[in-house]
Ligand binder design. Structure first.
Ligand code: HEM
Length: 482
């Protein structure tokens, strides 16, 4: 692959410029802003947001500061993180489904949960789970390869399914009471209904006023709660009866055994349940979107695809080991990182200031809404060369080190950085390599896909792709579970 700043031919550059909403120059009125927030929050960013390090002013939520200056980002997320809490809007939208899981907890409860859960996601713990990720990835390839070659399918649905299957396998050894499919469908419904920002929340209306989205999500939420309780009760019964002797413990075993290193106490049953739903909620759409956009971007760049196929063919059969090696699948990893730069699965982080502060010479008054948008940061004119172009070379060893730490934030930063980061990267590399070992993906939509923000950043109308089998390369073998 060419170096990070190599020039592309005009035709290559055009092909490598994937779709994004074109930012407007003019300021929006309140109603227009509200409509844009509801339809697609990515469209609220104007040209100045992509050029200026900090944009502050009165907005729909009161006084707001949008920060895209890496030093000020570090100040808010790391150095003075104690002065910022996740904002109420984020909590109202997420909390009903995710309960007091790690993502939505605050204060002492969050600190205790984070200490207790951290050992589940260390590189060593993730390495122990990597092998379990292989079977669901291989099943996906076989399922896709069995369809008529050249058929057009919405691959975003396949990616959602494989990341869900991997969570079901690593979390519960796939022993889900009532069936993995029903659980997965309820989860998708939850995100579709819950993921839209309700105008009532934006206007600060009291919580007892019914929100249509939340009302529609109720069946999905109560379905989760019952299912999760059943799964935990069944596993506890198996532990108690000595009937559970897996070769390697899964995440549910680890959750049940987890102890706070400071106090020695474990998690309550409600906390175990809330964190199961949190891990699935936080970990499956996000990784699925990273994979979906990666496959789309690869289809725009035949030279990248050739190099990827060569790398994967040379990596050997044990893709889990290759993914963990960090070197053998360096380009595969770089493609995923570049896809998450252009389409960060979590496109916006928001916080409320607890006391007056100053970040990057900008005064942040108590109560201000602080928005740090990975989508803006990752496309900021002052931070990237050709920010709108797909150039995975930026993330290859040798070039990656030059990227300022706080200019690239797909997993956030500071104390609330994604706990599942290593898990997600190992999983995504394994799935992408397993798919490309055997299959080819060509975008088949009449128009370019539209990136839309619904908590996560996904293609608005799915991702239609023509899937064909590659001629060379080793083949995953069907197993009884396929
Ligand atoms: C590509 C995949 C993923 C992306 C892009 C991603 C992104 C993020 C981001 C940006 C945050 C910080 C949010 C904030 O500061 O407001 C976060 C937090 C979190 N993520 Fe992920 N995530 C991914 C996968 C996962 C996976 C696989 C899991 C679990 C299995 C997970 C579990 C969590 C949890 C529990 C938190 C809350 C951490 C805390 O507040 O202490 N994520 N994630």
């Amino acid at each position: 692959m060419s170096a990070a700043n190599a020039t592309l031919s005009a035709a290559q550059a055009r092909r490598r410029q994937p779709p994004a909403p074109v930012p407007e120059e003019h300021e929006f009125g309140r109603l227009e802003l509200l409509l844009r927030l509801r339809r697609n929050p990515l469209t609220i960013w104007r040209t100045r947001h992509f050029r200026e390090p900090i944009v502050a002013g009165e907005g729909l939520f009161g006084y707001g500061v949008v920060i895209s200056d890496p030093d000020a980002v570090r100040h808010v997320l790391v150095e003075n993180a104690a002065n910022y809490r996740k904002d109420d809007l984020q909590r109202t939208v997420l909390a009903p489904g995710l309960g007091e899981g790690l993502l939505t907890a605050e204060g002492e409860a969050w600190k205790r949960a984070r200490r207790t859960l951290a050992p589940l996601f260390t590189p060593r713990s993730v390495a122990a789970l990597a092998e379990r990720m292989m079977a669901p990835a291989e099943r996906t390839v076989i399922r896709m390869a069995r369809r008529r070659s050249g058929r057009i399918v919405d691959i975003s649905a396949d990616m959602t399914r494989v990341t869900y299957d991997i969570l079901a396998e690593t979390m519960f050894s796939n022993a889900i009471a009532g069936g993995a499919d029903a659980f997965g469908k309820a989860l998708t419904r939850y995100f579709e209904t819950q993921g839209r920002i309700d105008p009532l929340d934006v206007l600060g209306a009291p919580a007892w006023l019914p929100r249509i989205g939340r009302w529609m999500a109720r069946p999905a939420i109560s379905f989760f709660e019952t299912q999760v309780k059943t799964i935990i009760a069944e596993r506890q019964a198996l532990h108690a009866g000595g009937g559970w002797k897996p070769e390697k413990p899964d995440l549910l075993d680890a959750l049940l055994a987890a102890r706070d290193p400071e106090t020695g106490t474990g998690l309550s049953e409600a906390e175990v349940g809330a964190n199961i739903v949190t891990f699935i909620g936080a970990g499956h759409e996000t990784t699925a979107n990273a994979l979906t956009w990666s496959l789309y971007l690869i289809s725009l760049a035949p030279d990248v695809r050739d190099a990827l196929e060569a790398e994967i063919d040379a990596a050997g059969q044990d893709l889990a080991a290759a993914a963990l090696s960090g070197e053998r699948l360096a380009l595969t990893r770089a493609v995923l990182e570049e896809a998450m730069r252009l389409y960060p699965p979590v496109p916006s982080l928001s916080r409320t200031a607890l006391a007056d502060d100053v970040a990057g010479a900008c005064a942040i008054p108590k109560g201000a809404l602080v928005v740090i948008s990975p989508y803006l940061l990752h496309r900021h004119a002052t931070l990237w060369q050709a920010p709108e172009q797909f150039r995975p070379e930026r993330f290859l060893p040798g070039a990656r080190e030059a990227i300022p730490r706080y200019a690239y934030l797909p997993f956030g930063a500071g104390p609330r950085v994604c706990i599942g980061q290593q898990f997600a990267m190992v999983e995504a590399v394994i799935v992408l390599a397993t798919l490309l070992q055997r299959l080819r993906f060509d975008y088949a939509g009449a128009e370019a896909p539209t990136p839309v923000q619904r908590i996560t950043l996904r293609p608005g109308r799915g991702m239609p792709m023509r899937v064909t089998e590659r001629q060379a390369g080793p083949r995953p073998q069907p197993t009884a579970a396929n």
